[in-house]
Design a protein around this ligand. Structure first.
Ligand SMILES: [Fe+2]
Length: 247
């Protein structure tokens, strides 16, 4: 059962997080062998994500913490640490949408992490279909390849449609991290320009009293209706409809 942290423990943990994130000397906080660097990275993402789930950190603090942490390790180091070549050849590419697998880190194989680390593989022209989220947050680091990334704030959600506001439309490549917030940038859509891979950090169950551990809302962007205020009203789609149209 979850117990809300006391004020004292909140302050103590925030202090610990702040020191974890400090890089004031300009040297990497992850000096040493690649495996150890990535082990430390995993521990710190775990701590950060546990603090988010425990309501010690806000989503904005989690997002900026993830940026701080992932900026200190190269995508090549992550690829070596996760045995990328073996994983990539095992999952291949999907004919529609993505192939994906959970990542196990050597020393953390038997440990329950506060986040789900995953590898996504997206072939040229295929996409991580446009979708919004509820009760989860995620960050996405391209390891190889290139995407057109579009993101939108989730302004409101109805049974049949989401109202969203465009925030991001750009080409990204290896190392260009993106993330979603609870509402800010909550909808994302990645179209692969070439065979591409992302390392994902996913945290679900942010509200442990919510009906669902997390929810995904697939969107029919071609059917979006632009309102006079610039917002888009976008119909929702089932997974199969969305994969057939956008995958
Ligand atoms: Fe997503």
């Amino acid at each position: 059962m979850y117990h809300k942290p006391t004020r004292r423990s909140v302050i103590a943990q925030l202090g610990a997080i702040t020191s974890l994130l400090s890089v004031g000397t300009g040297h990497s906080a992850f000096a040493g062998s690649t495996g150890r660097e990535v082990d430390m990275l995993v521990s710190r993402i775990d701590e950060l994500s546990g603090s988010l789930r425990g309501e010690v950190l806000t989503l904005e603090e989690w997002r900026s913490g993830i940026y701080e942490l992932l900026s200190q390790v190269s995508e090549h180091d992550i690829m070596r640490a996760i045995d990328f070549d073996r994983l990539a050849s095992r999952i291949g590419f999907a004919e529609l949408g993505v192939s994906t697998t959970k990542i196990s880190f050597g020393s953390d194989e038997r440990r329950t992490l506060s986040f789900l680390p995953k590898l996504f593989a997206v072939d040229t022209g295929r996409s991580i279909i446009p979708h919004g989220h509820s009760n989860m947050v995620s960050a996405h680091l391209p390891l190889a390849g290139a995407f057109r990334l579009r993101q939108y704030d989730q302004v409101s959600r109805g049974e049949h449609a989401l109202t969203i506001r465009p925030t991001v439309d750009k080409l990204i490549g290896a190392g260009d991290l993106s993330s979603i917030g609870e509402d800010d940038d909550n909808v994302h859509w990645f179209i692969a320009e070439e065979p591409s891979y992302t390392f994902d950090v996913i945290v679900t169950g942010l509200d442990d009293e919510a009906e669902h551990q997390y929810e995904i809302f697939n969107l029919d962007m071609e059917a979006a209706e632009t309102k006079p205020n610039g917002l888009l009203s976008v119909p929702r789609l089932s997974v199969s409809e969305a994969l057939n149209k956008y995958g």
